[in-house]
Ligand binder design. Structure first.
Ligand SMILES: Cc1cc2nc3c(=O)[nH]c(=O)nc-3n(C[C@H](O)[C@H](O)[C@H](O)COP(=O)(O)OP(=O)(O)OC[C@H]3O[C@@H](n4cnc5c(N)ncnc54)[C@H](O)[C@@H]3O)c2cc1C
Length: 468
């Protein structure tokens, strides 16, 4: 990605510092810490905003938003830094880095337990804190992902079939809108904005605090079951996961086994299925729920690695790669399932492409995800059975781009006729992606909400919904 022209005078270091004096720490190019602060998790994305500002409360965020708006600068919001939209794309951009808003406050005093989480908390830190009280809110599969991005895009993870998506547990939010107001938003106050925040991404304002419902969940039974990848085992695990009781969620990766010590050496480099299982029902029912999955493994020659254990949900969230380590090109898609033909095609493609690393991830949905009406939130893909993602990883952005036609063709074959895009897995924020993520009535409604709360489209660093 290339840099934009030089920053406007209104976002010069001096102007930003004086506008935000006392409200936010400011980092500009050449400041110690700027290089670290501008690094996001996806590698190969070269972003150099004019300034990265770090407020610690909603008032500081509001001042930063007003500064960017008045300067006509591109503004972007950074929470966990796991998307390519995490920092402003050009040298004229202002990035509001929320990592200082990291409090998690649990309330168990009255009624069902709830928690307020700062907009810069990671899913892992949040889950660790509430997990110590035997509580959980469903997030994804990776600890380092920000509560900010994953919640606003929807949130699909290891508890999805049992408990639904992250947005299904959002009770309210504190939001700084494009005009610098701080709003309390929930089902009663600004209900249209509350609807849009649940899936509409970062289009509508900066969420400085999220209020989540908490579920009692002391322990889950889960972990990784690795088995040989054959067309029968890949299609079989998807079918078994789809037919499983909703307490079981399965996310599987099909990839060549990396040369790591916990995988027997004879499997290094060979295609395997890594099935991440999470059972959140009664522990004594876990074996029965997982039996069909284990049967598939047995028919494929037996499990290569069996890491399924009883433990806290937070312990299942993976650490993820270090920031900037992975340069990937990928395409996500929804599909209704994976038959033997599709699985055969997938494996032959993974075998034949010469990318240093290539993988397909298949998240089996249904269960509580599908209980919610498609119009109830801004995530309308409630009926999709599987969320897939194919990716190739290479040493540089240029090398990775060479595999883009391959991932596109493979994703197109696996998605079949199923339309739709999941905004949290988008690698570009163009109109095509936005229309696929928000089809039909969802699109029209989001555009109306955008017109009310961000009529000048100040928040563009996302899969953008232009105002009606
Ligand atoms: C390794 C990895 C694993 C992942 N696993 C999952 C998974 O299991 N399930 C899943 O659903 N997704 C998953 N994702 C996708 C992830 O949810 C998105 O990339 C998400 O946008 C990341 O959020 P973030 O806060 O970390 O990223 P950031 O890059 O900081 O933010 C992403 C965008 O969200 C918006 N945003 C973030 N916080 C706020 C806020 N507080 N207010 C307003 N706007 C905000 C902004 O538009 C920002 O540009 C994964 C991504 C990676 C790289």
């Amino acid at each position: 990605m290339t840099a934009d022209p030089a920053p406007s005078g209104r976002l010069s270091p001096g102007a930003v510092r004086s506008a935000l004096d006392g409200a936010a720490a400011v980092l500009v190019p050449d400041d110690p810490g700027y290089e670290d602060a501008r690094t996001i998790e996806p590698g190969g994305v070269e972003l150099r905003p004019a300034a990265i500002v770090r407020p610690t409360d909603a008032a500081g965020v509001a001042r930063a938003v007003r500064l960017a708006r008045d300067a006509g600068a591109e503004v972007s919001v950074r929470s966990g830094g796991h998307s390519v939209f995490g920092l402003g794309r050009g040298t004229g951009a202002l990035t509001i880095d929320l990592r200082g808003l990291d409090a998690v406050d649990v309330d168990t005093s009255t009624g069902p337990p709830t928690a307020w989480a700062g907009g810069g908390v990671t899913a892992g830190a949040y889950s660790q804190t509430v997990g110590e009280l035997g509580l959980a809110t469903p997030f994804g599969d990776t600890a380092g992902v920000g509560v900010g991005g994953i919640t606003l895009g929807g949130g699909v993870g290891l508890l999805s079939r049992a408990h639904g998506m992250t947005i299904d547990h959002l009770l309210g939010a504190e939001v700084v809108t494009a005009d610098g107001q701080v709003l309390h938003v929930d089902a009663e106050e600004h209900p249209d904005l509350f609807w849009a925040l649940r899936g509409g991404g970062g289009n509508f304002g900066v969420v400085t605090r999220f209020r989540f419902a908490l579920t009692e969940l002391s322990e889950v039974v889960g972990g990784m079951l690795m088995l040989p990848a054959t067309p029968e085992s890949v299609a079989g695990i998807v079918a078994a996961a789809d037919a499983a009781p909703r307490g079981l969620t399965v996310i599987l990766m099909v990839m060549s086994a990396p040369p790591v010590p916990f995988i027997p050496a004879e499997w290094h480099g060979r295609l395997v299925v890594m099935a991440n299982l999470c059972w959140s029902g009664r522990p004594e029912d876990a074996d029965a729920a997982m039996a069909p999955v284990r049967d598939v493994a047995a028919r494929a020659g037996g499990a290569i690695v069996d890491g399924v254990r009883t433990g806290p949900y937070a312990g299942l969230l993976e650490g993820g790669p270090p920031p900037g380590a992975m340069v990937a090109t990928g395409r996500a898609f929804f599909t209704d399932g994976l038959d033997l033909d599709a699985a055969t095609h997938l494996l032959s493609q993974l075998e034949s492409v010469d990318a240093p690393m290539r993988a397909a991830q298949l998240r089996v949905l249904g269960g509580a995800v599908a209980d919610v009406d498609p119009g109830a939130t801004a995530y309308p893909h409630r009926g999709a059975r599987v969320l897939g993602n194919v990716a190739a990883v290479a040493p540089s952005a240029e090398a990775a781009a060479g595999y883009t036609p391959w991932v596109e063709a493979l994703a197109a074959r696996l998605r079949g006729d199923h339309p739709g895009a999941y905004v949290n897995f988008a690698l570009d924020g163009g109109l095509d992606v936005a229309r696929a993520a928000y089809p039909g009535a969802t699109w029209e409604r989001l555009r109306q909400v955008k017109r009310t709360y961000d009529p000048q489209n100040v928040f563009t660093g996302n899969v953008n919904v232009p105002p009606a």
